[in-house]
Design a binder for this molecule. Structure first.
Ligand code: THU
Length: 130
């Protein structure tokens, strides 16, 4: 099994633990930090809908809590059909940690690899404040 396929399977495994009783849309994310460490996250919803947290944000928060400040790659899986491109808010969270590459599954379960700049062009980031 290739690295990417193995990490995608890890994203599916964590998606299976998503807490998504309201949408029924389970998402998992795997983060590869610049030092090679791997972190995972799933979406965690809330009865106050706006308080739910996405899988990608949770995975990056887990990495940040372990000291990571640069993320190389995020791999995203969803178990309940369709594509799982990251939402706008998660793209902005990725921007903060200088993500280079995002791997998403398409509607048929195949993987697509994107340069981050292609999915969040002309972005606002830490350097924009200097
Ligand atoms: N969701 C994610 O976890 N990541 C995304 O990038 C898009 C959406 C979650 C949020 C919510 O729990 C469910 O999917 C339906 O929107």
């Amino acid at each position: 099994m290739s690295d990417t396929a193995d990490l995608y399977q890890q994203a599916r495994d964590v998606a299976a633990r998503a807490y998504a009783p309201y949408s029924g849309f389970r998402v998992g994310a795997v983060v590869i930090a610049d030092d090679g460490r791997i972190f995972t996250g799933c979406n965690v919803e809330n009865a106050a809908y706006g308080s739910g947290i996405c899988a990608e944000g949770n995975a990056i928060s887990n990495a940040a809590a372990a000291g990571v400040r640069k993320v190389d790659t995020v791999i995203i899986a969803c178990l309940d059909g369709g594509e799982c491109y990251p939402c706008g808010n998660c793209r902005q969270i990725m921007r903060e940690f200088s993500v280079d590459t995002v791997v998403v599954q398409d509607g048929r379960g195949s993987l697509r690899t994107h340069d981050f700049a292609a999915i969040l062009p002309h972005s606002f980031g830490p350097d924009s404040l200097q």
